[in-house]
Design a protein around this ligand. Structure first.
Ligand SMILES: Nc1ncnc2c1ncn2[C@@H]1O[C@H](COP(=O)(O)OP(=O)(O)O)[C@@H](O)[C@H]1O
Ligand SMILES: [Mg+2]
Length: 343
């Protein structure tokens, strides 16, 4: 992330977001006090193991959570508007025109009975588009297809005639149809082979640059993230535990969980999916008091079992939620790599 991102006000501010799922045995705290800023023009990677709450956070930001899920608390500021305080009608005007989501698995949710062009046009129609005439709608769809690198013949094709990568690019075209200023792409490159993943990720970045939008790229492929994003936010069991410029993150990760994540990638060039054998070890309905990562942390201290560590700046523009970086905590373990006194 270049310094210039920080000079501008954030385009999206998420504060204290909590999204829970009701289950017979109690609420699953899927997103539990998530806070972050997205700066103008930046690409923020949101990573973490499967089930840590990435998709739920995305749905929460757009207020698209459906039962048994519910937004329990939080603010989502897009410019001067708190999305979570808007009426459904006001929200509808913001969604897709200002803030667009490419949902996880979107390419499998395309309507098999509708031509690609009709599906893209539907996104205009749903928002009383300024595009009145049929001719201009066609031009606009062709322009969108070209922006995502698809040939014009895709216009008259059906989803089953397209490869996975092409379908994913149709979903990107739909997301940008109304010129949003923020795009959230949830696992848009997962479930594709490595070469196609790269093409789709590059398409996203190209579109991002052409439109000057900010983007949240959700994924679990650390190698791809390393190459594509400006900053990385790491989620564990419903919380963001570290957020850092990508270079600092990969050279000097601060949170013990981030360190584990990076160690688990055999080689960044191999672009393997995130795989940590243990997974989240506590019951998401009943997290332990104190630090969310304490049960797996190799450096756990007494205070970690009692107090939730706040996010603090541990290096330039690098935030981590970990007591190891609290100057007032005594008795820190001595076997800690690159931690204490090395901000
Ligand atoms: N409908 C649901 N009912 C109960 N729990 C759910 C539901 N959907 C998701 N969850 C739980 O919420 C947590 C976060 O899920 P999700 O946001 O899909 O994670 P990710 O996208 O990081 O894989 C998981 O523990 C998951 O089991
Ligand atoms: Mg997900």
């Amino acid at each position: 992330m270049t310094e210039q991102h920080y000079d501008r006000p954030p385009v999206l501010k998420v504060r204290g977001l909590r999204v829970y799922y009701e289950t017979p045995k109690g609420d699953v705290l899927a997103v539990d006090d998530v806070n972050f800023d997205l700066y103008e023009g930046e690409t923020l990677g949101l990573v973490g193991e499967s089930g840590c709450g990435k998709s739920t956070a995305a749905m929460g930001i757009l207020q698209l959570v459906v039962p048994p899920g519910r937004i329990v608390d939080g603010e989502v500021w897009l410019g001067d508007k708190n999305l979570l305080a808007l009426s459904e009608e006001e929200l509808r005007q913001q969604r897709w025109t200002k803030l667009a989501l490419i949902p996880q698995g979107a390419m499998n949710s395309l309507n098999p009975t509708m031509k690609v062009s009709e599906q893209i046009k539907d996104t205009f129609d749903a928002h009383e588009s300024k595009l009145r005439s049929k001719a201009s709608a066609k031009d606009r769809v062709l322009q969108l297809l070209s922006m995502v690198g698809l040939p014009a013949r895709v216009y008259d094709m059906y989803p089953h005639e397209l490869s996975g990568g092409m379908k994913q690019r149709v979903c990107i075209a739909m997301a940008i149809a109304l010129n949003p200023s923020v795009i959230i792409a949830d696992e848009s490159t997962s479930a594709l082979d490595v070469v196609v993943q790269r093409i789709v990720a590059q398409t996203l970045l190209k579109v991002k640059q052409a439109l000057g939008v900010s983007m949240i790229m959700i994924g679990h492929d650390m190698g791809l993230m390393a190459q594509m994003v400006d900053r990385i936010a790491v989620m564990y069991a419903g919380k963001i535990v570290e957020i850092a410029p990508v270079k600092s993150f990969f050279t000097a990760p601060k949170h013990p969980y981030s360190q584990l994540l990076i160690e688990s990638v055999p080689s960044l060039r191999e672009r393997k999916p995130l795989k940590i054998t243990e997974g989240i070890t506590h019951d998401p309905r009943n997290p332990p008091p104190g630090c969310i990562f304490q049960l797996r942390c190799p450096h756990v201290m007494e205070i970690c079992r009692v107090q939730t560590p706040p996010m603090r700046e541990v290096a330039l523009n690098q935030l981590a939620a970990c007591h190891l970086y609290d100057p007032d905590v005594e008795g820190k373990p001595t076997n800690v790599r690159d931690v204490v006194g090395n901000p």
